[in-house]
Design a binder for this molecule. Structure first.
Ligand code: BYC
Length: 316
């Protein structure tokens, strides 16, 4: 006869397990919505890493010194690795990588808004490392404690690498800010371009975020979008001051009472436009991904033929 625990609603038992901070593993029972939420978030995250290689990859051949080139090359390769760990984590939830990639290439999957902005100068590479990877760390360190084991474990290594990326970006900014007046202006212009988009990376405000409450109940997300955005602002404002740069927000002020920096209003219509595919580089990014996929066809075919010859079963 099943005992009382076995008879209870599996959803209740699942939540109790999550509350005890036990990791959920691929073969464990999980609510279908929990599985779907994870596939959505992890695959969007993987796509962001892969598309995220494009704005910086654009500068590998033009990095100003050999040292900068080596650093940037390593960073971009790390992003490819992050994409691979994350696709693998998503696959543990019963969805194939081919399926996820076809969603990206058909334009039905989302990836982070931030990668739809251009990188016209070398300072943009510094600003991406400093701000975009800085925002990524703020968002992703709590994901190391995500209730889903494979995602949480993938995030540990990703966060270590993001921390190196953030430092290389800040160091590029520091070198420019200690340089000539023209270099300082280039750094300021890059901050002007990336500040607001970096804040938008954290997603819509808590009032507008449709998934946050449930994801937090399931301990997929540990903090809300606004909480993480605030942490990022509090960490970054002093760094901008150290660089001698001005944050492009006339309403930015320090609130003595709360100990937090208060920002001006975010233009949410810009985030909506970029997510809807109308950002400055959406079309260019999708074109580049589709072309890369097409150019890689022979590699996939050769790998499949090799695996078939050796008797390994291959996925389409
Ligand atoms: N851009 O209810 P919400 C990186 C979507 S990679 C585009 O708050 P959620 C890096 C959201 O998906 C950066 N879409 O959703 C790589 C949802 O749409 P759907 C990526 C956005 O999931 C290379 C809808 O808006 N990081 O760091 O609770 C180089 C409503 O939002 C955005 C991750 O993916 C956006 N900015 O929270 C350097 C981290 N914001 O799915 C750096 C993991 C929201 O209903 N992901 N949307 O169609 C997360 O933490 C969460 O998914 C988000 C959104 C905070 C992004």
């Amino acid at each position: 006869m099943p005992d009382a625990t076995e008879e209870r609603d599996p959803h209740v038992r699942f939540l109790e397990r999550v509350d005890r901070e036990e990791k959920v593993e691929p073969r464990d029972w999980m609510p279908e919505d929990y599985r779907r939420t994870l596939v959505r978030q992890i695959s969007q995250h993987a796509h962001s890493e892969v598309v995220g290689m494009l704005p910086e990859g654009n500068w590998i051949t033009r990095a100003p010194t050999l040292r900068r080139k080596v650093g940037l090359l390593a960073k971009v390769q790390d992003e490819a690795g992050h994409g691979l760990y994350l696709y693998s984590a998503a696959e543990t939830l019963g969805v194939s990588r081919a399926e996820l990639l076809s969603q990206l290439l058909s334009g039905t999957a989302k990836y982070s808004s931030i990668f739809n902005y251009p990188t016209p100068t070398w300072a943009d590479i510094g600003a991406i490392g400093w701000l975009v990877d800085g925002a990524a760390i703020m968002n992703q360190v709590p994901l190391c404690r995500c209730s889903y084991g494979p995602y949480a474990r993938a995030m540990v290594r990703i966060c270590k690498e993001e921390s190196f990326h953030q430092r290389q970006g800040f160091e590029i900014m520091l070198a420019l800010c200690r340089g000539t007046a023209a270099q300082q202006q280039m750094a300021q212009a890059a901050l002007d371009r990336w500040w607001w988009p970096a804040l938008m990376m954290f997603g819509p405000s808590d009032r507008a975020s449709e998934h946050s409450a449930r994801s937090m109940r399931w301990k997929i997300k540990r903090f809300s979008n606004d909480e993480l955005r605030q942490r990022f602002v509090d960490a970054t404002v002093p760094q901008a001051a150290h660089l001698g740069l001005t944050i492009p927000d006339p309403d930015l002020r320090f609130d003595e009472a709360t100990g937090h920096h208060v920002i001006g209003a975010i233009d949410w219509s810009e985030l909506e436009r970029v997510i809807a595919g109308e950002g400055p580089c959406n079309q260019e990014r999708m074109h580049a991904r589709r072309e890369a996929h097409e150019q890689g066809r022979w590699v996939r075919e050769a790998a499949r033929a090799h695996a078939d010859k050796r008797g390994h079963r291959t996925k389409p």
